[in-house]
Design a protein around this ligand. Structure first.
Ligand code: PLP
Length: 403
């Protein structure tokens, strides 16, 4: 774990030498976010546009920091709630917004048509018809859209699949061309390209390159029917290593490979959009919670913390642990002979009255005592906002920005 971050965490918890009211928090390291964005900036081809998928971390200071990088073209939203947050975080113009996601309500669609966002990523014929009617009602000549297609391709090596299997996302490739023909009749829609996000959490760049090649082949195949494909939106998917090995997605090789494919297929004039979330903010976040109790029950130790799945839901929900570090604090014992952890496997749990409230499990810990801090790294994406924050009404974790 980064020593400077460790020092900042200790300073925060030891301030005023007292036990703080709410011993749970997230730290976000802005310098690490910049490092990730610079990787994209250094290696991406000229026709690649980077958007930030703010669902990964909708903290306003994080968004505003991401937007401060010139190479970030805008924000991908999944709701108009996110649109409001983006506008409140320094996004000065709605034409830097892409709106993706199933189940957009008519009210949301009307709002984004009025706001003239850059693209609505259309997920179904129903959605296309609704947008067309809204545009007619509002006297908007054309709304720019991308059509999201669920391509018949399964990405081996991803942690979550949006396409290649039956999902609610996008339009099934089997009916895509027929659906396009219906959408073509809707006079207020301007189909500018495709949205093809297929899978999340891909650490091996070759997997994404193979998928990109498959998409390019598909585009060549359908171009005689859909002639105006100017944009290919690949969504997100650059993975993050949740082990202490700290392997990194090889951005350089990915973009070199993508560029090669772009030239092979003659797609230099098509814009390639990336809507990255996890890659940009995942490694910048640290969840920290204090150990409140250590219990020994039927031969198994339980570290009980002030925060649990109410602050950090995805590890148990997706069966994927984060790297765990313990920061010692030398807090005086509650009583002599109290339980401690020493070179053993433990579960690390929260304060909720349910046994699934684990933020880590079967975790080998060298030393831990009551009052020490548990730190889960790689916690910048889909952690705070993907948790059951109000369950049992414990205080929300503080969000602290490390500049
Ligand atoms: C439409 C869309 N775009 C982008 C992303 C961001 O993905 P990632 O965090 O893997 O980069 C997601 C995540 O679910 C998504 O649904």
């Amino acid at each position: 774990m980064n020593n400077e971050v460790k020092k900042r965490i200790l300073d925060y918890f030891n301030k005023d030498k007292r036990i703080i009211d709410n011993p749970t928090c997230y730290f976000y390291d802005l310098a690490q976010i910049s490092r990730q964005i610079k990787q994209i900036q250094n290696y991406a081809g000229k026709n690649v546009s980077l958007y930030y998928a703010m669902k990964a971390n909708p903290n306003k200071e994080v968004i505003s920091h991401v937007l401060s990088h010139e190479c970030v073209k805008g924000i991908e939203i999944a709701s108009t709630g996110e649109l409001d947050i983006a506008l409140d975080s320094g996004l000065e113009s709605t034409d830097r917004i892409l709106f993706t996601g199933p189940g957009k309500t008519p009210v949301e669609l009307e709002r984004v048509v009025k706001d003239k966002i850059r693209f609505i990523n259309v997920e179904s014929l129903v959605e296309a018809i609704r947008i067309n009617e809204i545009a007619k009602k509002l006297n908007v000549d054309k709304v720019d859209i991308l059509l999201r297609v669920n391509i018949d391709y399964f990405l081996d090596g991803a942690s979550e699949h949006m396409a290649g299997i039956s999902t609610k996302l996008g339009i099934d490739q089997k009916v895509f061309l027929d659906t396009f023909k219906e959408i073509q009749k809707l006079s207020h829609l301007n189909v500018c390209g495709l949205h093809v996000f297929a899978a999340d959490g891909v650490l091996d760049y070759n997997v994404l390159l193979k998928y990109a090649e498959n998409v390019f082949k598909y585009v060549k195949e359908i171009e005689p029917i859909i002639p105006n494909i100017q944009v290919l939106d690949f969504g997100g998917g650059f993975g993050l290593d949740y082990t202490k090995e700290n392997k990194e997605f090889d951005t350089k090789s990915f973009f070199e490979g993508l560029d090669k494919l772009v030239h092979e297929y003659g797609f230099e004039n098509k814009e390639m959009i990336l809507e990255l979330g996890k890659y940009i903010v995942g490694s910048a976040g640290y969840y920290v919670t204090e150990i409140v109790d250590i219990k020994d029950c039927k031969g198994q130790k339980h570290i009980v913390c002030a925060g649990g799945v109410n602050h950090m839901r995805l590890p148990i929900a997706t069966d994927r642990k984060h790297p765990v570090y313990i920061i010692e604090r030398n807090i005086p014992d509650v009583y002599k002979g109290q339980s401690i952890v020493q070179n053993e496997k433990v579960d690390i749990e929260g304060p909720l009255c349910m046994t699934e409230d684990k933020i880590s499990w079967d975790e080998y810990i060298e030393n831990a005592r009551i009052g020490d801090l548990v730190v889960l790294t790689q916690s910048g994406a889909y952690c705070y906002s993907a948790s059951t924050l109000w369950f049992l009404s414990h205080p929300l974790p503080e969000e602290i920005i490390l500049r």
